[in-house]
Design a protein. Structure first.
Length: 216
């Protein structure tokens, strides 16, 4: 069963030894005066994803520097990216994928092994999109009763996506990264596939130069 791992918009040459997602607990524990302890459930915190990566010196599609430059670029530009692990049948049919938008928190490079391959331990953290809102308070009097009406207007997203209707695939891009860019979520990559069935036979291998139609 073929597996593929993508980060920073590129496929890495070797699958991670493991892909663990640590769900942060934010529940609050309180000790009452009677000696009883209670636990108050709260929404979970951001998920941490530690990913051990191996970058071979020989035999990979690119040298380790290529992938390290990608990690550094996303870190320096303070941009989120998608961490994607796909599972497909030999003929390219998608079975299941793990897909999470993350920021690169830190990473450690180690040269090890007989060929001095580069081992990179990357710490990722879940990224949640957010935007600004305007809150308008207006007093309305009806039948002698005055009430305050609250109107919330969402002004903009922090990451505005382009409005182009087509996109030409560049080297290193994936359907997941393109879906995140134009459709607002990498999980909508299937919409790209459905809109370009005449051009896409294997979602994991769409050649650079392919012109995709971007659905609404």
């Amino acid at each position: 069963m073929p597996y593929h791992f993508y980060l920073c918009g590129v496929e890495f040459p070797v699958l991670p030894a493991k892909f663990a997602k640590k769900i942060k607990n934010k529940n609050k524990t309180i000790d009452l005066l009677n000696g009883q302890t209670i636990n108050i459930p709260k929404a979970p915190g951001l998920t941490d994803v530690p990913v051990p990566l191996s970058l071979p010196m020989i035999g990979g599609a690119h040298t380790p520097d290529y992938y390290l430059d990608k990690l550094e670029a996303f870190k320096l530009k303070k941009k989120p990216t998608q961490a994607i692990l796909t599972r497909t049948t030999p003929d390219g049919k998608l079975l299941y994928d793990t897909n999470i938008k993350v920021t690169i928190e830190d990473y450690t490079e180690t040269e090890a092994g007989p060929d001095l391959d580069v081992q990179v331990d990357v710490s990722l953290r879940q990224y949640v999109d957010y935007g600004t809102q305007t809150i308008d308070l207006k007093k309305v009097t009806t039948g002698g009763v005055t009430q305050t009406v609250v109107k919330i207007t969402k002004e903009r997203e922090t990451h505005n996506r382009p409005t182009a209707k087509t996109h030409t695939i560049k080297n290193g891009e994936t359907l997941w990264s393109i879906a995140a860019l134009y459709l607002g979520s990498s999980s909508r990559f299937k919409d790209l596939v459905n809109a370009n069935k005449d051009k896409i036979t294997n979602p994991n291998n769409v050649p650079a130069g392919t012109v995709l139609t971007i659905p609404e």
